[in-house]
Design a protein around this ligand. Structure first.
Ligand code: SF4
Ligand code: SF4
Length: 347
């Protein structure tokens, strides 16, 4: 807060694209209000999307300040955990022995870590990705677990540290040095907190051995939604585009893409504080897409956007599922899908 109070010029660049800041005022205003209980709790209305960081001409990070405010609120016991129980229970169950799995063969140093959303919505694609990886790296392993992003983003630092510490210690003890992710949220968490690991998205690995592009059909046009956690990850963004083009699609970019991509409305569990953000934010993305299917590398983003306009995941294109009218997968079905993966026969 002190850094923001000293350096924010209130230029308004970050306020223009952000409904949260339009309501709260510039980051300088927020910082000047200080660490009152009310001000700290207001930070739960920010999706932690990082768009403000991308546009700030002073190189400031309002999103870091707002995460710090959440952490302070949680430390003071102000955070209403009951409100976030559905997310916290999802994280707890996903990290439990019922859904965790380590398939780490002898000599394995690289594992595929698909996260929670992709296994819940597309278990067959996870298996297919793993199969393709195994063709390239026969000793690659598979780890099903939770990276702890929910606790992290809610500011529950102790809980996140315990959860992430358990995961990283286990992988370290098993000799893992490289982690391939499918979820951009996991990538960001693992990179920022698991410095000992080389973290790369599986899309980059696949793109590196995929022909640059097939001739695009004029009828197959899609747009790309870059997930917020991949905002500052040009390698992942480029790999996703290469994979989409390799399936014969022509990409027409959204006005908001790359570093200035917009949140789908699910970031930071903001719906626990401000309901209807998914409808509102995905509606903005849908308006930019203007009827063209929206492809993302985040299964949660795809789910949000599909409530407003046809959307899909890059793996849908890779595995020839091009019906963009699919509805979000129900919660019960997600758990069954994850159980299916947990129990799938793999060697
Ligand atoms: S992180 Fe996103 S929602 Fe939060 S203040 Fe910045 S632009 Fe707004
Ligand atoms: S863009 Fe940077 S300097 Fe301008 S109001 Fe936002 S935080 Fe302050």
């Amino acid at each position: 807060m002190a850094d923001m109070a000293a350096n924010c010029t209130s230029c308004g660049e970050c306020v223009r694209p952000c409904s949260f800041l339009q309501h709260q005022g510039t980051p300088l205003t927020i910082a000047q209000q200080g660490a009152t209980d009310r001000n700290l709790l207001a930070a739960y209305g920010c999706s932690l999307c990082g768009l403000c960081d991308a546009v700030c001409p002073e190189g400031l990070s309002p999103s870091d300040m707002l995460l710090g405010m959440r952490q302070e609120a949680a430390t003071r016991g102000l955070t209403d955990l009951k409100k976030y129980a559905p997310w916290l229970n999802y994280e707890k169950l996903g990290a439990s022995l019922f859904f965790r799995r380590d398939l780490i063969p002898t000599g394995c140093t690289t594992v595929f870590f698909p996260g929670c959303s992709l296994p819940g919505t597309r278990p067959d694609a996870v298996l297919e990705l793993f199969k393709r990886l195994r063709l390239m790296e026969p000793t690659a392993g598979l780890v099903l677990d939770c990276c702890g992003k929910i606790s992290h983003d809610l500011g529950l630092t102790d809980h996140f540290t315990a959860l992430f510490g358990r995961l990283s210690k286990r992988l370290r003890h098993k000799g893992i040095t490289r982690i391939l992710t499918a979820c951009p949220g996991c990538s960001k968490i693992l990179r920022n907190h698991g410095e000992e690991f080389d973290v790369t998205s599986i899309y980059e690995v696949l793109a590196a051995c995929t022909a640059p592009s097939r001739p695009a059909s004029p009828l197959k046009v899609v747009t790309i939604h870059d997930p917020c956690p991949a905002r500052f990850d040009p390698a992942q963004q480029a790999a996703v585009r290469q994979l989409v083009q390799s399936c014969g699609y022509r990409i027409e970019e959204l006005p908001s893409h790359g570093t200035t991509t917009r949140c789908c409305g699910q970031g930071g569990m903001v719906e626990g504080c401000v309901t209807s953000t998914i409808k509102q934010e995905s509606g903005v993305i849908a308006a930019e897409a203007a009827g063209r299917p929206v492809i993302s590398s985040c299964a949660s983003c795809s789910d949000s956007i599909t409530t407003a306009t046809p959307a899909g995941h890059v793996v849908d294109l890779l595995f020839s599922k091009t019906d963009f009218s699919a509805k979000p997968v129900s919660s019960a079905r997600r758990w069954l899908n994850r159980l299916k993966l947990r129990c799938a026969r793999l060697t």
